[in-house]
Design a protein around this ligand. Sequence first.
Ligand code: PLP
Length: 370
Amino acid sequence: MTPIGSEVTLEQLPLSEDLRGRSPYGAPQLDVPVRLNTNENPYPPPPELVAEITADIAEVADTLHRYPDREAEGLRTELAGYLSTATGVELDMTNLWAANGSNEILQQLMQAFGGPGRTALGFEPSYSMHPIIAAGTRTEWVPAPRRADFGIDVPAAAALLRERAPDLTMLTSPNNPTGQSIEPAELAELIDAAPGMVIVDEAYAEFSDRPSTITLLAEHGHKLIVSRTMSKAFAFAGGRLGYLAAAPAVVDAMRLVRLPYHLSTLTQAAARAALRHADATLASVALLRGERDRVVAGLDALGFRVVPSDANFVLFGEFDGDDGAPGAWRAFLDRGVLIRDVGIPAHLRVTIGTPEENDAFLQAAKEITP
Ligand SMILES: Cc1ncc(COP(=O)(O)O)c(C=O)c1O
């Protein structure tokens, strides 16, 4: 059956001019034996957590005729507790805001502090959603370069920030897809140089040894915002829960742009259960770091160039042959291993999985040497 209306294509719609020709975010979701392409934690929630989420959802199910707690107060209080313990910085509910994944957090931030006539600057290559969210909020995206080794040239970057004076500066640490963290002293220098708001995207913070940027919040006041997620180390990607830590006035700004009741009762209940089991879930972080080092050593031994990583993924190359990175990506897929072509010439990114998945990846890599 031909679906109703299917004679009309996207190009024929009266689409907003600035969305014409753009591509949606689209990591392939393919059903293959080894999926190492979206930086999730490979370990499913432990049975005790599954039981607790099930019980907590059952408990709130008979309240679903009512809207959720619009302020998600219980969840924000518990997120503040988690962050205070993890970073040693005292935070309370008024410093925290939560949304459906950190993508929604970033979108709300750009809605509030970006928009028509405003600019957001990021150092590329970095997380591909930053410019997409900028486009969706009609914020002009200003791409700034990284060095050839994918690090940030801090003096040059600071000078650029002073010159361009973006309304929003996006710093990603550890950076996706390249893996490096920005050292705290360098972060402080960049934050000082940026005249506008600074968002530090710390989606992978739990995998890094570096202190969180949250330790810089007190000295930078309202201008610094740290974005976090439960999708990665917390093994809660399907639950969709992102959050930020910032000055209470920034949280007030989020209330101006959020949709009413944006965080469902079910999401809030499941996320709170996941936070109660943080210790068990985060125990996998040490394991994944060990596996990351093993994968790096394995790739190194096979003659690949591996970019040092502080996260749960590794960027490697260089695929200089005729087919380059796309050809190598396909060769991994042909061997049942789905990794990610992030659009960096000659490089691919692999997420760290279980030891068995990493073995399968390294076995495939052996057959696809650079
Ligand atoms: C750097 C970075 N920020 C944010 C996100 C968004 O994650 P989520 O919306 O699942 O919290 C991702 C996901 O891959 C990411 O890599």
